[in-house]
Structure formats: C-alpha cells, structure tokens
Design a protein around this ligand. Structure first.
Ligand code: GLA
Length: 691
C-alpha cells in the first residue's frame, strides 16, 4: 500500500510516499509537477530494482533512514535506552494532519513507545521548505543524533558547495564533487561559528549564479550543527542536518531545528533570492525602516572612552550622515582592555561619572539613536560576577580560555535572571534603541542548552523591550543563522572592514542573507585587520551595498574623503527604501577579477549593479558584464553613477562614460555592459530604470 503527499507551488514539488506504512521517502523533489499528476503512480514508478549482492529490498532513504532496515549509510536517529542499549525503532504510520501551509506526519514504534513526528511546511511566497523532526519517548532515553527531515538529492547533481571560513573570512565557499562516501561537517564549537555556516548547495557542474539547477539547504540553529552529504554505495545520495553530535542528551522530547530547503531551476540566485526574502520578510521581526546609517566607535577608540572625544566623534559622524551611534566595548565595569569585567554590566563611573546620559543626550541632540554593546554570555575571571559566582561558569576549571574569558552556563535560570536584570536595568535607565550582542569565543563543551538559554534570554528582553533592535555579532560573523535572526535585526558579517575582503564575504553571504540585515561599515583608511590601505571610494561603495555604516575615527578623514563619504551616504539614503527590499542577484562575471552583483527591485522597475575590480585583470579591456533577471523585451535606461571616477588612463569613449544608455533587457543579459577601463580596487555603480 502506498500513501503519498505533495508539497508544492509553481516553483517546486516535493512528493513523499510511505510504502506499507513505513517512514515516508521523498520520491520526487524538483521542478513543479503538473496538476493532476498521479502521485501514487509516480511513487510506485520511483521504486528501484534489486540485483545480485544486494539485500532483497532497498532500505528506504526516508525522512529518517532507519538502522532497523539495515540502511547502508548514516541513519537519521541514533538513540540509547536508559541502560545504554542501542534503540533500533521501526516506525509505522500513525496519523497525518494538514497544517496551515503543509502537513504533520506521525509515525510510531509501539513496542518501544516512541513516536516520530515530521512537521513539513512550504512557506508561501518565499517557497522555502521548512522541515522539522520531533521524537517523543514514553521513557527517558539518550539521543546522540536526530536529523531534521532527510532529503535525497538526485543522481544528476554531481557537485556541492559547502561553507567554511575563519575570523575575518566568513562564508568561504568550496565546490566539491559529490562522490561515494560522506562529507561530514560536525561543528563542535557550540556556536554557529565562522568556520561552519550551516548551509549547503547541491548542484551540477554547469550550475552558475544565473542558470542551472540547485538544491539549497540551511539549518536554522545557533548551537552548532552537523551535516552529512553522503553518496551511498548503491549510488543514492542523501543530505542530513541536525544539531552537532554530542549536543543532545537524555530526555523524552527531542526536536531538530528547522531545516530550510529549496529547489531552484534558475541557478544559485533562484535559491538565494528565496532565502533573502524569507529572512527579510518572515524571519526578522520588527526591524525599523528606513534602516538607519550606523556609526560604531570600536575601531576609533577601542577601550579608551573619553566623553569629550566620543562627543566630537559623534558630531562628525552625524555630519557625514550617521543616524545611529553604537557605543562598543569598554563602557562597563573596569574594562580598559579585554582581560576584565565581562559580567559586570554596570556603567564605569571612572569613564562616565554622570552615567551615559550626557553622551546619549549629545547623540540624541544630533538626531541619532543610541546603541550599546553587550557580551552577555561571557565572563572574565577578573570580574565581580566571577568572584561571586565561580559556579556559574560553563565547563571544567582548567579549560583553555578564549580571549581571556569564560562562558556562563546559560542553562542555569539564575544566570539568565542575573543577565536579564542587569541588561534590563541599563535599558530602563538610558534611552537606548539598539544592542550589539557579541559572543567572542567558542564554548568549552558542545551543549544545545547553551543556545536554548541564549534564545530564552533574548526572547525575554525582546518581549519587554520591543522597540530595541539587536545585532548578532560573534567576533564578526560567528553567529549568523536563521535561529538567531528570528530574534535579532542585523548581523555583523565580519570583523574585517577591509573593503576588498568584504566584497567577497558579502557576495557569498548573499546566497542566504538580504542587504537589510547585513551590516557593512566604512573602516579606517589603513585597515586594522588586514594592514591594507584602501581608497575611500572603494570603502564607501562597498558599505553602500548592504546596511551601511562607518567605523573609522571620522577625524582621520581629509575633506575630500569626507565629501566622498557624505555623497555616497546620501546616495544610499536616497535609495535605501527600495534597495533594502531588493533581491541581490550575484552576477557571473566573465572576468574572475570582478565581483559583481545586481540589486533588483521586487517589481523589476529598477536596479543597481555594483562591479568591483578586486585586482588587475588578465586582459586589457574590461569584459562586458552581463546582467540578469530583466525582461528581455523591456527597455531600460542605464546610468553610470560614479562616472567621475574614470581615471585618465581610460582614454576612449565608452558610451556609459559620458551619457546614459537606453537598451533592451535582452541586450543587457546577452551582450552585457561595456564599462570604462579603471584601476583595480574600484567599484563601478550602474543604476538602471525600466522605461
Ligand atoms: C568583537 C566584535 C567587534 C568588537 C569587539 C569588542 O571582536 O566582533 O566588533 O565589538 O568584540 O571587544
């Protein structure tokens, strides 16, 4: 007997089938099927043959492949009973229920008193599958691995793009062949981490940003994930995501984080746009519009807080166009460097004898909102908190410190209450609209309760201070995922304010993140993390590609630099209403030295393309830059916004250098834009309007 289900819209179809009441298998995932397709026939048609040397039936590559079926690869569940013996459940269909945009399927193993529930949703409009597995047990058991619903990827996909990275180089992508055996990422840092963004894109050799098939995944969890991308010996392929190994423990109820997945027939951009829109419109709650221009004082003053200097900096930042001033690390306890005071969330009277009010009043008078830095989950041994409560520290006593700090045990209610009380006190007594919430080390133990405790604390603060926006930072982009984005409004993508590095990081992060949540700041002329010296135009345009801000000491700017920055900031402000709602489409540049993208308004009426030349090109003439996502029949007017940046060595007369261009979408997507010659480390900015 076959039971079958369909989750689909006009972009994709996922067909699930349960054979003889066994766990459901995704028998089809790909382009939308025609209405009226017979699901039962389709399910039966997908059954594979058996030959010599095989068992007599292929174990199901189900939403939770079972050890009891002798599944020949990674199983979806690894569990033990109270005496430590492995559990080998064999689940059978129990019930089904329609949910608002999907379904809930319940399977049970009555002999073990276990039930396995799959919550499966296809989010309307954004067309992301949101899939979760729950396991309920009558008895206390230990679970070592519970995968979110497991999906197969088809045989014709031969490659995968996975993510690694490091401090100042988040979202590094790596394209690997899908080969027999498994590719396992087990992130044991206890946080999302720079090195382990929980995403995967399975594709073909020919898939590009703008064309080809892609199956994309993201696991929405901040506590560290495990991923398995496996090709079984029989040739079938599966993708599993769940919490990092050893982060689950004993209990009766277990639940995976949501796995977001989508199929795109239009290259990586097809999937990227769905993730971006989903984050912007459904995950992030209550972000203020328009998105204010930031000023963050970290790289200007570090721990040296002087009221008069900060006021002078704030005045200059406001003059450049900043609308929010974020007071970074150094305002609390006796925090003169990073060896002390984390945990003592009390204003430092040595630096601020009259509290923060004089600074905040100054900032408000300049028309800016005030924001402040916290690192709530951390503690220094040199702090009143640690002296009073050494038992609140997570992990064993002789653990290796990270940035001279320890981690508080967020599963402890007393710890959360203490943090809530101190943060709430600062928020109640000061006019604060924004928190930069940092997390600057990995955990000493892998522990899901830590992330859950963090979620609970943020949720409580969010519900009591609904007007306060929060930025997720973790030494830059060490905690970026849809779990944290459900509770915050912006991510500090990277501690790298090096605009060339930023170009690459922003480009790859756009596979998942919209501009509206992606913080990008104009850093100092001499970059503090790379040692490079970069021109203000490159730095300003790079920040203007995302949620813009400044982080240098504005007093270092020459008048010419300040003018450039004011101009680019005004341009950003004039465009942010539509740009922060636009889709970021990554362009397939014919020149590997060029990183390019096109931000396209949802209604297609306008766009802006940014093309950064990151190093000298191999060929002498700029290669035409092909655009995407336009109406081939439509006519567009294009203008090179920063044509005044063309250097003298551009001696010819390419059209856009002197005048606006009116051409068809077909031309722009097929031939592409002929841009003037320019120096490396520059960005061309081209605005387009549909006529
Ligand atoms: C981390 C953050 C920085 C800054 C410092 C403050 O490194 O990523 O942006 O806030 O902490 O100590």
């Amino acid at each position: 007997m076959i039971r079958s289900w369909h989750l689909g819209d006009d972009r994709q179809s996922l067909v699930l089938a349960s054979f003889d009441d066994r766990l459901p298998e995704a028998v089809y995932w790909g382009p939308a099927l025609p209405t009226g397709e017979n699901l039962e026939t389709l399910s039966a048609a997908a059954l594979a043959d058996v030959t010599g040397g095989m068992v007599d039936r292929n174990a199901g590559l189900s939403l939770c492949p079972e050890a009891s079926e002798s599944f020949p690869g990674q199983t979806g569940l690894t569990a033990r009973n109270a005496s430590g013996a492995p559990l080998m459940p064999s689940f059978r269909f129990e019930s089904e229920a329609a949910s608002e945009h999907g379904l809930t399927l319940v399977f049970a193993d009555n002999s073990l008193d276990l039930s396995l529930v799959f919550d499966l949703v296809l989010t309307p409009e954004t067309s992301l599958l949101k899939l979760q597995t729950r396991l309920e047990s009558a008895d206390e058991i230990t679970v070592d691995w519970l995968a979110a619903p497991v999906l197969p990827v088809p045989a014709h996909t031969g490659e995968m793009i996975e993510f690694s990275g490091r401090w100042c180089a988040e979202f590094l992508t790596r394209r690997l062949p899908f080969a027999p055996g498994s590719r396992v990422r087990d992130n044991r840092t206890g946080r999302t981490d720079h090195a382990h963004f929980p995403g995967l894109v399975v594709c073909n050799a020919g898939t590009s940003n703008t064309a080809g098939e892609a199956f994309a995944f993201h696991y929405g969890w901040s506590g560290g994930h495990k991923m398995v991308a496996e090709e079984l010996a029989d040739g079938r392929r599966q993708v599993q995501f769940g919490h990092a190994t050893a982060s689950l423990s004993s209990g009766r109820h277990f639940v995976s984080a949501p796995l977001y997945a989508t199929y795109s027939a239009t290259g990586f951009n097809g999937a990227a746009v769905r993730f971006q829109r989903h984050v912007r419109d459904r995950v992030v709650q209550g972000a203020r519009t328009p998105r204010p221009v930031h000023y963050n004082c970290w790289e200007a003053v570090y721990f040296k807080h002087d009221l008069d200097e900060l006021k002078a900096i704030a005045s200059q930042a406001a003059g450049l166009g900043a609308e929010r001033f974020v007071l970074d690390d150094g305002w609390f306890g006796r925090r003169d460097d990073d060896t002390s005071s984390l945990g003592d969330w009390v204003i430092d009277k040595r630096k601020y004898p009259d509290g923060l009010t004089p600074l905040i009043d100054h900032i408000k008078a300049l028309g800016m909102e005030f924001g402040i830095w916290f690192e709530p989950e951390m503690v220094n041994e040199d702090s009143d908190l640690c002296r009073a409560h050494p038992d609140w520290v997570l992990g064993h006593a002789d653990q290796i410190r990270g940035r001279q700090q320890l981690v508080l045990d967020m599963s402890n209610q007393e710890v959360r209450d203490y943090l809530y009380a101190h943060i709430a006190d600062v928020l109640k007594n000061n006019d604060i609209g924004y928190i930069k919430w940092d997390h600057n080390r990995i955990l000493p133990v892998v522990d899901a309760e830590q992330a859950e405790g963090f979620y609970e604390l943020v949720d409580r603060l969010r519900s009591d201070f609904p007007a306060v926006e929060i930025e997720s930072c973790s030494s830059g982009g060490g905690r970026i995922d849809f779990g944290v984005l459900e509770r915050t409004h912006r991510v500090w993508l990277s501690d790298s304010n090096d605009a060339l590095e930023r170009q690459r990081i922003q480009h790859d992060a756009a596979l998942f993140l919209p501009a509206s949540v992606t913080g990008s700041h104009v850093g100092p002329r001499h970059c503090h993390t790379s040692g490079r010296t970069l021109d203000i135009r490159l730095r300003a345009w790079t920040a203007a590609q995302r949620h813009m801000g400044f982080e240098m000491d504005p007093r270092e700017l020459t008048e010419a630099e300040a003018e450039t920055l004011r101009n680019v900031t005004s341009w950003w402000k004039a465009n942010r209403d539509w740009m922060m709602q636009a889709d970021i489409l990554r362009l397939d540049s014919a020149d590997p030295a060029v990183i390019a993208e096109q931000q396209l308004a949802g209604d297609g009426s306008r766009f802006v393309a940014f093309a950064a030349l990151t190093r000298p090109s191999d060929q002498i003439l700029p290669r035409p830059l092909r655009l995407t996502g336009l109406d081939p029949q439509g006519r567009y007017r294009l203008s090179l916004v920063n044509r005044d940046e063309a250097p003298r060595l551009s001696r010819g007369a390419p059209f856009l250098k002197h005048q606006d261009l009116e051409v068809s979408g077909q031309y722009l997507m097929s031939h592409g834009l002929t841009l003037p010659w320019r120096f490396p480390e520059t960005v061309w900015v081209v605005e387009g309007e549909r006529l």
